[in-house]
Design a protein around this ligand. Sequence first.
Ligand SMILES: [Fe+2]
Length: 163
Amino acid sequence: MDAATRQHIEEAFLEVSRGATRKKLYGLRAEQDGELQLARLFRAIAVSEEAQALRLLFQLRGQTGKNEENCQLAFAEEIPELISRVEQAAETAEKSGERAMYSAFSQSAQVGRKHLILKKKLDKNRGLDTAYHVCTFCGFIMEGDAPDNCPICSAPASRFKKV
Ligand SMILES: [Fe+2]
């Protein structure tokens, strides 16, 4: 693959990845305003853009990679890097008195650290067979049943999505 094509794929990947999350937000707004068909359309576009992002990433990587390599990338590089970034962002937000963003970034760091803990638990128990419940507000992941309230952001059990 030539360099220009690769760059176009990388740019399109970032754009559709961001776009999918934006469409989810637009869908929520449309739902709040009672525009249900518009909300559905935004949600459908979000799913569409997620599919396109996955396809583009597949083109970039050429393959899905081996589990061992993907685990190395996710748990030794990507997640620790994300934790470090949001910790720095939390520090900056605290210094500038941005309390809401300090809280959001700190919670993201806690959520990321929990992801690493969950992987360690899986490594210790390869026979593990449990559902995960994800807080759709802050991203916290709970093993087994959803908690009554999210331990990170206090969202109620109804905000958890089972995986
Ligand atoms: Fe939460």
